[in-house]
Design a protein. Sequence first.
Lengths: 733, 52
Amino acid sequence: MSVAADPETHVSISACPACVAAPSAERIAQMAAPREARLMLSIPGAHCAACISTVEQGLERLPGIRSARVNLTLRRVLVEAEPEVTAASLIPHLDRLGYEAHELDPGVLSVTETDRQGRELLMRIGVAGFSMMNIMLLSVAVWSGATDATRDLFHWISGMIALPTVAFAGQPFFKSAWRGLKAGRLGMDFPISLALVLASGISIYETWHSGRHAYFDSAVMLTFFLLVGRYLDHRTRAVARSAAQELAALEVPRAIRLLDGAEETVMVADLRPGDLVLVRPGGRVPVDGVVTEGTSELDRSLLTGEVLPVFAGPDRVVSAGEVNLTGPLVVRVTAAGRDSSLSRMAELVAVAESARNRYTSIADRAARAYSPLVHLLSFSAFGYWMWATGGDVRYAINISAATLIITCPCALGLAVPAVVTAASGRLFRKGLLIKSGSALERLAEVDTVVFDKTGTLTMGAPEPTNLGDHPRAVLDLAAALAGASGHPLAQSLAQACRAAGVVPAPLTDLAEVPGYGVEGRLHGRRVRLGRAEWVGAAPLEVTATYLGMADGTTRAFTFADALRPGAAEVVAAVKAQGLAVKLISGDAPGAVADLAARLGIADWTAGALPEGKAAEVARLTAAGRRVLMVGDGLNDTAALAAAHASVSPASALDAARVASDIVLLGRDIAPVADALRIARQSTRRIRENFGISAAYNLVAVPIALVGLATPLWAALAMSLSSITVALNALRLK
Amino acid sequence: MEVLTILIPVSLFLGALGLAFFFWTMKNRQYEDPEGDARRILRSDWDDHPKP
């Protein structure tokens, strides 16, 4: 989004004295008046050439759109449009084209878009690659028998290419090794840097003295392969980071503050207790507070898992995260910022997360064991040959350099990044976004899967269940009334009636009564659709809306929460993989038992409080289980953070998405089972790759130690092991 | 072996040319959407005339 304000808006802002003092308010006003809109939308469903055409042409046909460009790798579309176009207005269009879309904030995303570090690494890979090819050309000539002056000439030219290359392309390793050294630890990068410096140094010395062996090609090749590994690693991290940002960008934390009756948009962080906040229908309550004006109904499903909306009127306490459904509400802020329940939940998450960050990956463990071993080997080789040759420094250094080069973790550096890149690419294509680097490994260890109900296994959207029980005339009436309301039950009813071909009855004086329902007149007599007590019906146990007809009789329309696509498959698949499945919900026992029976989950808990969910996860963990938590609501957040690994759908509240390792981009939940399978497979591949590099070292190191290693040997072994490891990673299905 | 005086500069020149070309593609952001570009080439939308 362009933040540059045009002069006119700026003048009008300065005319408002309060705004001058409030820089954030000014910034918001500027953001509201850009000269052109650059909108970014996430389209997880795009996957082919036809998708590109459909989305781009479909969008470009709309008025006000200048251009649309799909990025299939990131599953995003960038739209340049007239300033009045908003991303929210494009979502229904994309929906009609058959693509689910979410709005993203390009301001936050620009950081990952211009990925400087990644481009720099790619540049270094390019330089190392081209030098490697040129040097190889010369080295092959030497290996195939060039002697004397020709060999020296080739070595000199190789050196002239190799030295600047190593100095430029090897910088990431040198810098990181230096940082490590200053902090007093020897990472993987120290032996790498040492090998690069030693190989280059010894080669110059040998060339100077017309020696037979120069390791210029090895030094450059080492740089090249290690940079490839580093780049893959960086990509995974960048994607994970951008995923986190992308999700943060999904929700822009603003609120409408009422100041002497005038509305102004402010950041939620700027709200103070005592402020009055307007919450429009469809909007999310931004703070904890008390209703002062208006009646409505609130959807609390994200907080508590209850499907049924609750009534809200003056003096009712509301919490941040609830969604206002039917009428506008004015809320007096009681707690904002750090004190609000949302923020307390975030702290809970932060504590649990830091525990998770202590997780050491296989790669870390390998690197920790590797560094000392390599140095020990190299130094003992130096010591032994000094003693054996009676003080021939040149020979001893040659051997210890060869040992360092051969043991250098080419394959080791590729073993993990190659697999992780292949796995996260595969998962991304299935609609799963990995947010954390160690998520795959943790996912592979999972043996118990805990599901939340509302919004996770179900869509959190009700569907009418007893339409067939009502006569046609009743349906006509219900369809007419339901069509006039914004309440989710009414909308779902209206949609089901439309689908069934019901013709709405001709009603007059249709009016929505916020918090109660909708009423109208049929031939002059009043009819109502809404809450039981308002209509005059006896309330049922299940989710229902009630129709009060002209003759005074009432009818009930019952609803059930629709299953999320893939819910049955994911439960069956997870059970087939031999994992334990558990359902924990904050909803009423009846609804939970019903769903558990439908999906075949034997172990379920209903009416769980947020702390209860986290405690249950902690109890399972204490019993030695590794739990995967799948949930979407604020009530799941603490449990998501406490679990060994966690997944949440993209429709989840941002706090829940932040707390989870993996985000499900599409509506279908079935890929979760694939994620578990792919995670286990990739961990197996990582172990195999370590095995391959170890086996190669087992053969090559003794050869180097006895002084038989030649540059040709080193080059062959290095490239062979790297390629084997990369190919093994690609076997992932 | 005199041919080396021509061949070595030629090979170095070609390598440098390739590297320069690689830098050019980097600068033109050709690696932003590899998957999409691979599929775009198969579309027939702008076969007759370029996209305006």
